[in-house]
Design a protein around this ligand. Structure first.
Ligand code: ARG
Length: 477
């Protein structure tokens, strides 16, 4: 099978390029079974690391030349060949062949096609074991940067929405039961906080990842006088990894990446669920734009929040990848085993899913309609300010909180019996339960008052929310 990767798609064809195995043809006399090739090859997955592999090889070969391990003429030849390959990969012209198993051997084979036997010098003082993990780290590093910028984009979109609705009152929920009035801006800012932690997690993971495995060779290091600091620095790493056995076996950085991805995806999933709830008929707090909704093939009135539902579901894929990698690594002895080849598919899939989730969330949120009147109406119902009244009785009459909780409980029963809200009770009704209550009670029960007075740091009052918005604006500039 040949895979031709273009910018946008990977096309498969059935022709095989060659019948010999360039890498260990010396040791084997008969061909690999087709089914063995199927389980063994990873090119359909790891072709995505082509650019990183070439970059790593370019630096490796320059180091070999610098340390006089290979002659300058051969080094230049190799660089020329690698540049041709790089160009082909960028243009989507590189042809991948399953027979050459993985990206490393595909590129070395191609190099041989272009420059002949000089290509054989490139694998001096390295192994695919250190090569693959170097490529993989570089790939994750690039993808992490990309995810961080997508999270930031979402934060800016969310912040605009929070700002435009900073003082719109909505019901806050616990147990998904109406609890206390909150401001819509406050609720949205909660997700900005989560996104910020997501970014921190990715940033920390990227920092921890940034030690270079190249030069650890198969597992034991090498007898060639290589300079690992040279390659590490030129590949953008902070330093070479200090233990060659650890270097080829370590996949902690992939777990870190998947774990940060799973947590970020979990946040997206929680918000997606809120969007589904808010868009439902019973709530009717928002409308998701046509461009991010779907219709029903049978029910003409339907407008379904499929985008939000898919974000809600796709997290499963990412947490699944995290647990798959844990399961692969559990009990795996040092150093390299082929089990480790299965890591890439999981990480690539997680990246693809999270990247899509972030793009869709951002697009959906950019066009969302907030039904302010419905939010406010919903906030003004169901005894939502009962806690305010209880707090008021405590501070005004020095009641214990338990006593005032009891009084308000009685008032709620009364209102329920009269089928009205607390604020609809006559003053005389209030006084039958507690003669101290005066006409201030109506102000205390208003939702506006309820949010206005919650000025504790991080609280829901419009004034506090505005302050946080200002801080975020400065931070996200
Ligand atoms: N394709 C392999 C991987 O992804 C590269 C390393 C192969 N090493 C080996 N000793 N077979 O892990």
């Amino acid at each position: 099978h040949i895979i031709v990767e273009t910018d946008t798609e990977v096309v498969m064809s059935n022709k095989s390029l060659d019948n010999t195995n360039l890498m260990w043809g010396g040791r084997f006399s008969s061909q690999q079974d087709n089914i063995m090739e199927t389980i063994n090859s990873s090119i359909e997955i790891d072709h995505r690391m082509a650019m990183q592999d070439i970059e790593g090889s370019l630096v490796h070969v320059k180091m070999l030349q610098f340390k006089k391990i290979i002659p300058t003429k051969i080094c230049n030849n190799i660089i020329k060949g690698l540049k041709v390959i790089q160009d082909d990969v960028i243009k989507g012209k590189f042809i991948y062949d399953r027979k050459f198993e993985d990206i490393h051997m595909n590129i070395e084979k191609k190099l041989h096609d272009i420059i002949g036997d000089d290509a054989g010098y490139i694998h001096t003082a390295r192994s695919r074991n250190d090569q693959v993990v170097t490529d993989f780290k570089m790939w994750i590093r690039d993808s992490t940067k990309d995810l961080i910028s997508k999270i930031t984009k979402n934060m800016k979109t969310f912040l605009d929405i929070a700002d435009a609705n900073f003082n719109i009152i909505m019901p806050g929920y616990t147990h998904l039961q109406t609890a206390q009035p909150v401001t819509f801006g406050h609720h949205i800012l909660a997700y900005i906080e989560m996104f910020e932690r997501d970014k921190e997690r990715f940033t920390e993971a990227k920092k921890r990842l940034n030690e270079c495995p190249l030069g650890s060779a198969a597992l034991a290091g090498t007898s060639f006088p290589i300079d690992r600091f040279f390659t590490s620095e030129r590949l953008g790493f902070d330093k070479p990894m200090s233990n060659s056995i650890d270097a080829v076996s370590d996949r902690d950085f992939a777990l870190d990446f998947l774990s940060a991805s799973a947590i970020c995806a979990t946040h997206l999933s929680r918000f997606a669920e809120e969007l589904v709830i808010w868009a439902s008929d019973g709530f009717d707090f928002i409308e998701i734009s046509d461009s991010f909704s779907t219709g029903s093939s049978i029910m003409p009135q339907k407008r379904n929040p499929d985008a939000a539902e898919l974000i809600r579901a796709k997290v499963a894929n990412i947490t699944g990848s995290l647990f798959s990698l844990f399961t692969i690594l559990k009990g795996l002895p040092l150093a390299y085993s082929k089990d480790l080849q299965e890591d890439k598919e999981l990480v690539f899939r997680a990246y693809d899913n999270l990247s899509l989730m972030l793009d869709v969330m951002n697009g959906m949120m950019a066009g969302i309609i907030i039904k302010k009147d419905n939010l406010i109406r919903a906030a003004a119902s169901r005894f939502i300010t009962s806690t305010d009244l209880a707090d008021y009785l405590v501070s005004k009459y020095n009641y214990s909180f338990r006593k005032s909780h009891h009084i308000v409980g009685k008032l709620v029963i009364k209102a329920e019996n009269l089928d009205c809200d607390l604020k609809d009770l006559k003053l005389s009704e209030f006084r039958k339960i507690d003669p101290n209550i005066d006409e201030n009670v109506y102000k205390i029960l208003s939702i506006q008052n309820s949010v206005n007075i919650r000025t504790s740091y991080g609280g829901t009052s419009p004034s506090e929310v505005k302050k946080r918005i200002k801080e975020w604006k400065k931070k996200l500039k």
